[in-house]
Design a protein around this ligand. Structure first.
Ligand code: PMP
Length: 364
């Protein structure tokens, strides 16, 4: 039978999806992949063994639908986050992307708006539009910092239904202090989402927005196991908020959205949180090394509280990206003129990146 291939624009697709491009970080099988801020350390053997045992037990129940309320996992996240949280304040889904999608489904959508401060995480506008809402692009200072005065002014002007604060920010690495979050909350009438995907890489004494939850019913703090927990492939994200917010999310989630295997694997990994997080110090050391050494090479790294570094002063980002690619090193051109972003790898991977970068004539 002849295969007829339509073009996307020939389909009766929703008008508001026409002309959009999907999330598209290149996935290339290069030996050194430092492009999507993964934790490049494998899960330690002893933790992997416990996860396999738990998944094996869960397989015994795979003929049944899983616990729709993922009760044990929510208890695990509440204990991990501390601050006296209980499971009725916790939600989880397949990656924090899905967590954020649930938030937008419940609180944004058609006729509503979401505001973020660019450059910021590229999925916020995609998720907002995908759920039928309108994205409003706010801005940052030239050095990518965000002040309390600036968020207040921008929120008051846009009056959005949902505000995204990426703390620390992707793709710039920029820290965000709690006073800015408090100001954003005070200025808004809608939901304020603080995306703490990279929080574990911030200095130990840096506060988490989780501490701001009491008395702030419209505040949501989202986290992920994809970064510090080296669990990106398992797809587990979560959030903490008022129990009423969790009730709102129940209205939009698919029933049984977290498989019994995912729940078992994530709960097992959480039981080993200290071992899983032992890698964080190594990653932070490599991040700081990238900042030091890229500066010595004449680039301009930005302050980072994450597991990656954005560096400026790149005359031709596309050419430098390609030259690194040709040497087997994959990093990210995030579309900021004169900038590139690299994730901190293991010591060996970071050395390979730095050696490859040093071999490239930055003035070419
Ligand atoms: N938030 C931020 C700021 C991110 O950088 C990412 C992943 N790159 C996510 C959320 C989503 O992560 P995941 O869906 O893997 O939890």
């Amino acid at each position: 039978m002849e295969r007829v291939t339509l073009r996307l624009e020939d389909l009766p697709i929703r008008d508001d999806l026409r002309g959009l491009t999907p999330y598209g970080a290149p996935q290339a099988p290069l030996p050194i992949a430092l492009n999507v801020n993964e934790n490049t350390h494998p899960v330690p053997d002893e933790v992997a063994a416990d996860i396999v045992d738990s998944v094996r037990v869960a397989l015994g129940e795979v003929n049944r639908y899983p616990d729709r309320e993922f009760t044990a996992l929510r208890e695990g996240f509440a204990a991990y986050l501390g601050h006296g949280l209980t499971r009725d304040q916790i939600w989880a889904a397949n990656g924090s992307n899905e967590v954020l999608q649930h938030v937008l489904q419940a609180f944004a959508g058609p006729g509503r708006t979401a505001l973020g401060f660019g450059p910021t995480y590229s999925m916020y506008p995609l998720l907002t539009r995908g759920t039928g809402g309108t994205w409003i692009s706010g801005h940052r200072a030239e050095d990518y910092t965000l002040s309390a005065a600036s968020v207040t002014e921008q929120i008051e002007a846009a009056d959005p239904d949902v505000v995204f604060l990426c703390a620390p920010n992707n793709p710039t690495g920029t820290p965000l202090t709690l006073d800015v979050i408090e100001a954003a909350y005070a200025a808004s009438r809608g939901i304020v989402v603080v995306d703490e995907a990279y929080q574990e890489f911030a200095p130990r004494d840096a506060g988490s927005a989780v501490s701001l939850l009491p008395g702030r019913g419209r505040l949501i703090v989202s986290r992920t196991m994809s970064k510090a927990f080296a669990f990106a492939g398992a797809r587990v994200g979560y959030l903490a908020a008022d129990p009423a917010v969790i009730d709102a999310l129940r209205l939009v989630r698919l029933p049984y959205h977290l498989s019994v295997l995912t729940q078992a694997a994530a709960s097992a990994a959480l039981r080993h949180a200290p071992t899983m997080l032992a890698m964080v110090d190594d990653i932070v050391a490599q991040r700081d090394r990238i900042s030091r050494e890229t500066a010595l090479l004449g680039y301009r790294p930005y302050a980072s509280w994450t597991n990656f570094v954005l560096f400026g002063g790149v005359r031709n980002p596309a050419a430098v990206w390609q030259a690194l690619y040709d040497q087997g090193v994959l990093i990210r051109d995030v579309g900021l003129p004169g900038h590139l972003r690299v994730s901190a790898g293991t010591e060996r991977e970071t050395s390979a990146f730095l050696a490859a970068l040093a071999s490239i004539d930055s003035h070419a």
